[in-house]
Design a protein around this ligand. Sequence first.
Ligand SMILES: *Cc1c(COP(=O)(O)O)cnc(C)c1O
Length: 519
Amino acid sequence: MSQTTAPPPAQGSAADDPARAWAPAGQALLAALAARLRDPLAGESAHLAATLPGRAWPAPGAIPLDLSAPLPQAGRPADALLAQALPLLLDGLPPPDHPRALAHITAPVDPVAVLGSLLAAGLQANLGLRRMAGLACAIEAQTLAWLAELVGAPALRGGLLLGGGSAAGQTAVWAALARACPGWHEEGLGARGPRLVAYASAASHHWLDRALRLAGLGARGLRRLPVDAEQRLQPEALARALAADRRAGRIPWLLVAHAGTVGSGAVDPLAALAALARREDLWLHIDGAYGAPYAALQAEPGGSDRLAACGATALADPAGLNQADSLALDPHKALHQPLGCGALLLRRPETLPAAFADAPPYYAEAEPAADPAPDPSQCGPENSRPFRALPLWLSLQAAGARGLRASLRAELDGAAALRAALHASPAFVCGPGALGVQTFRPREGGDAAVGRLLARLRADGHAALSAVRLAGPDETTPAANAPRWLRACVVQGRGSAAERLARLPAELAARLDPGAVGD
Ligand SMILES: *Cc1c(COP(=O)(O)O)cnc(C)c1O
């Protein structure tokens, strides 16, 4: 280089360049997020240990902000806005990693995925059309293949990332319907519509009712079957219902089985149900939105015993999830992704374009034969599609299969410790529970005692629990006046400390009405 060469122009500071004025605000935001997030895949941080116990969360109704103001006419700098919004949001929303946030299957998020989300948002790749984002579509395909590999389901060869387990299930239902209704594109349900009948247990999630209703089938199109004492679908009951429906001239087409019900974590007997589905030519959708990831544990020594011990024998079976025609698995639950990430995996991914494909006239630039693979927008309900795969793709690699299994294992071990302590507690009786979910209620005082304990916990913030009604034996849906059970869902990743959860029943008992503890 000659000495006369001018130095490169100094990097313009953000202050000089209005288009980059947000950069310092972005750095401050990253620093604030980094201080708040604990990595559920890496274990418990010093920060969390230092803030225990008694990190409360805000009351649901408290909105510490006047939200009635009209849209401002003049703009404001991003740093001032974020400086104002950050403390409000960080204090005003429940911390995702609270160690006793057990109310819902909403897990703390992997910080690597948070960074991936920021990156995905900034890239603005649109995964609807392969020609707009071929690399991103290929990353999504690899991510789906990794999920199938992780849970031991290599026969599930492709699919989509969607907004959640509900969207995944609904998409599967539409694909299954297209298969069940010849002439689907022209005739819709056609003459077969009124005779179609789908099957699921009394413990199924309401996405199924909604999907069938919106498909024009209504409640008559779903036969709910009673569950056993552990909330599992009984194959004999299904076989009887199938025979009766066929005799009555109805057309069975879909069976929804569970790998982890939302109410109590129950895992249906997948092998027996898959055999029935094959024999009867039913599409088998496995709703593993919550529980499917735990099948990853079958690959490690002792993993099958661990699964069996928490009521998930069917996930210890290598055939398990691999028998599905379609599987819903929510990475935004036990895989610690930001909300809005549900995977649909299929044995025959080509059934998706059979249900969804159109040839819109405004996408005329593609040569029809140039890329034989259908665009993702022709495989599901979404047109423009976000890069949901990026956070997950990064996160799966950052943790590795071993790191993911360690997190899943910690959740089951934490739930096992809680379950054992509840069984040993004189203050509570246990209801059904499997995987990381356990139901229980105070031994004395009925529903009112359940409500009072929830209210006290809301007030003092020691722990968050929820309440569920469950179908009793021979019921096909939980009765409106069925008893309420408290529900604890352990999805804290490697922060699911067994010792801490084992102490919880005594801490809860201390919050019951005086005299309610039966010892
Ligand atoms: C969470 C859950 C769903 C719904 O999934 P979303 O991601 O909330 O749409 C469906 N089924 C089961 C078993 C679930 O646990």
